[in-house]
Write a protein that binds this ligand. Structure first.
Ligand code: NAD
Length: 493
C-alpha cells in the first residue's frame, strides 16, 4: 500500500507598508521575515524590505498631508488618538500575544505594554490640547506679547524592538496631537506590533498621509528618513552608535531627539535593606531578560555587606523561571534575536577573560523547550574590575556586574565613570546620603530605593551624557516641546 505523507504548512501572512492612507507593497517587491525568538522556526510574518523610493513616497505623502492636519481642530486630532486607544484596549489580549510571539517578553508584560500605549495616546490627547504659549507682561498697555506654538512639519520616528509598541506610542502621540505628520520606521525585529498601532490609527479615521509606515533595513531606508530636506525632526530610540550616526547626518534645520544606551548603576550602601536591594537588582537587571535601556547592569556595593548581598542576589536569581512568554510564572524569556544572544554570550566570555568571578548563570540554554529559542541563564559576576568591559560597555542583556567599594565617594566615582548616564539608583536608609546621591549622580533618571527601570508616562524621561542628546526630553508635558516651534508675537493695538 502506498504511504500518504501529509505535510502541514502554516501560511505565513505578508504585511504591507502604509503610505498615503493605503497598505502598499514596497516598490522593490522584496520582503523579510519577522521571527519568533522563542522558536526560530516560527515566522511571525513577512514584511516589506523597503528602499529609498518607498521612503520618498512616504515623506511626500506626509508633506502633502501636513497643511490639512496642522489646521485640523485639536479636539478632532484628540478624538482620533482616543479612538485608536480604544481599539488597542479592545484587542489587548490578541495584541499582547502577538507582541510576545514577536519579541519574547512575557504575555503579562506585553499586556501591560499594550495598556500603557493606549494610556499614552489618551494622555497626549488631553495634554496636547492645552499645550500653548505664554503671555508676557510689558510696559505698553497697547501691546500684547505672547508666544505661539506651531507644529514642525514632517517627523521621522525610528524605534527599537524592546518596547515595540509603547516607545512608538510615546513619540507618535505627541507628534500627531501637535499637528505634525509622521513617517514611522519600526525595528525589523518587531514590525507586526508596530503595524498594529498604525492600523489602530487608520481604523480610528486618521486622514490619509498623516501617518505613514515603512519597514526595512536601516542601511536601505535610514539615511533618507534623516536627511530628506522635508523632514523637520527625527525622534529616535536605539543604540548610541546609531544615534550618533543619525545626529551627525541630520541637517542643520532638522531637530533630533535621541534616547540611547545605558550602563545603569545601583549602589548598595552598608545600611541598606539587603533583601530589598537584591529584589531591586533582580527586577531591574533581569526583567524583560535584561533588555531594558534602564536595566541595572552594575551593582556597586559597600564591601562590608557584599557577601550577604551576593548570597541573597544569587538565591533570588536562581528562583527565576526561564521559559516561553506564554507559560505562567515565567520571569525570563528568550533574548529578542540571535544577535542579542551572541552579544550576551560574548560579554559573559569577556567577564571571565577579564578575571571576574562568574557567580551564577551565563549559560546558553539549548536543551528541551529552549532548543529553538535564544535563551540564556541570567549571569551574575562578582570581583569585577571597574575598568573591565563588563563594567563599562552596554550589554543589553541579563548580565549584572557586582563591584565592591569601601566608601560612598568611591561608589559615586565608579558609578559616574562611564560614557552613559541614563538611569541610576541607590539603596539606603540614610536620608542625607540619598539626597547627596541625587546631586552627585550623572543620570537623567535618579531613583532611591527603587529599580533603575520604569518611568512614569507623565514625567520627563531621558538621559545625560551619551544616553541622550540632552536636547528635548520625552514623556510628560515636556514631551510635547520637541514637536513644536515657538514664535514670539508683539501685537500692537
Ligand atoms: P538599534 O540602534 O540597532 O536600532 C534602533 C532603530 O534604529 C531600528 O529601527 C533600526 O533599524 C534603526 N537604525 C539603526 N541604525 C540606523 C541608522 N544609522 N540610521 C537610521 N536608522 C537606524 O537599536 P536596537 O538594537 O533596536 O535597540 C537596542 C538599543 O536601544 C540599546 O542600545 C538600548 O539601550 C536602546 N534603547 C534606549 C532607550 C532609551 O529610551 N534610552 C529605550 C529602549 C532602547
Amino acid at each position: 500500500m502506498k504511504k500518504v505523507i501529509v505535510v502541514l504548512t502554516t501560511k505565513v501572512a505578508t504585511f504591507n507598508n502604509y503610505v498615503n492612507g493605503e497598505w502598499k507593497e514596497s516598490v522593490g517587491n522584496k520582503t523579510f521575515n519577522s521571527v519568533n525568538p522563542a522558536n526560530n522556526e516560527d515566522i511571525v510574518g513577512r514584511f516589506q524590505a523597503s528602499n529609498e523610493q518607498d521612503v520618498q513616497l512616504a515623506i511626500e505623502s506626509a508633506q502633502k498631508a501636513f497643511p490639512g492636519w496642522s489646521q485640523t481642530a485639536p479636539s478632532k486630532r484628540a478624538s482620533i488618538l482616543n479612538q485608536a486607544a480604544s481599539i488597542l484596549e479592545q484587542n489587548v489580549q490578541a495584541l499582547a500575544e502577538e507582541l510576545t510571539r514577536e519579541e519574547g517578553k512575557h504575555v503579562d508584560d506585553a499586556k501591560n505594554e499594550v495598556i500603557r500605549s493606549a494610556q499614552t495616546l489618551r494622555y497626549y490627547a488631553v495634554e496636547g490640547q492645552s499645550f500653548t504659549g505664554e503671555t508676557y507682561p510689558n510696559d505698553d498697555s497697547n501691546m500684547k506679547v505672547s508666544t505661539e506654538r506651531e507644529p514642525l512639519g514632517v517627523v521621522s520616528v525610528i524605534t527599537p524592538w524592546n518596547f515595540p509598541l509603547s516607545i512608538p506610542a510615546r513619540k507618535i502621540a505627541p507628534a500627531l496631537i501637535t499637528g505634525n505628520t509622521v513617517v514611522f520606521k519600526p525595528s525589523s525585529d518587531t514590525p507586526l506590533i508596530a503595524l498594529r498601532l498604525v492600523e489602530a490609527l487608520d481604523k480610528a479615521g486618521i486622514p490619509k498621509g498623516v501617518i505613514n509606515f515603512v519597514t526595512g533595513k536601516a542601511s536601505d531606508v535610514g539615511d533618507l528618513l534623516v536627511t530628506h530636506p522635508a523632514v523637520r525632526a527625527v525622534t529616535f530610540t536605539g543604540s548610541t552608535a546609531a544615534g550618533e550616526d543619525i545626529h551627525k547626518k541630520a541637517g542643520f534645520t532638522t531637530r533630533t531627539q535621541m534616547e540611547l544606551g545605558g550602563k545603569n548603576p545601583l549602589i548598595v550602601m552598608d545600611d541598606a535593606d539587603l533583601n530589598l536591594a537584591a529584589t531591586l537588582v533582580v527586577n531591574g537587571g533581569f526583567s524583560l531578560t535584561g533588555q531594558a535601556c534602564t536595566g541595572t547592569s552594575r551593582v556597586i556595593v559597600l564591601r562590608d555587606v557584599k557577601d550577604e548581598f551576593v548570597q541573597k542576589l544569587v538565591e533570588k536569581t536562581s528562583a527565576l523561571k526561564i521559559g516561553h512568554g506564554f507559560e505562567p510564572g515565567v520571569k525570563i524569556g528568550p533574548l529578542a534575536n540571535e544577535k542579542q544572544l551572541k552579544n550576551v554570550l560574548k560579554y559573559v566570555e569577556y567577564g571571565k577573560q577579564d578575571g571576574a568571578t562568574l557567580e551564577y548563570g551565563g549559560d546558553h540554554l539549548t536543551f528541551g523547550e529552549y532548543q529553538k529559542g535564544y535563551y540564556v541563564k541570567p549571569a551574575i559576576f562578582t570581583n569585577v574590575n571597574s575598568n573591565s568591559r563588563i563594567a563599562k560597555e552596554e550589554i543589553f542583556g541579563p548580565v549584572v556586574a557586582v563591584i565592591e567599594v569601601d566608601t560612598y565617594e568611591e561608589a559615586i566615582a565608579i558609578a559616574n565613570d562611564v560614557e552613559y548616564g541614563l538611569s541610576a539608583s541607590i539603596v539606603t536608609n540614610n536620608l542625607r546620603i540619598a539626597n547627596q546621591f541625587t546631586k552627585d549622580i550623572q543620570a537623567g533618571t535618579v531613583k532611591v530605593n527603587r529599580t533603575t527601570t520604569g518611568n512614569l508616562m507623565n514625567a520627563p524621561f531621558g538621559g545625560l551624557k551619551k544616553s541622550s542628546t540632552s536636547t528635548f526630553r520625552e514623556s510628560g508635558r515636556v514631551g510635547l516641546e520637541f514637536f513644536t516651534q515657538l514664535k514670539t508675537v508683539y501685537m500692537g493695538f
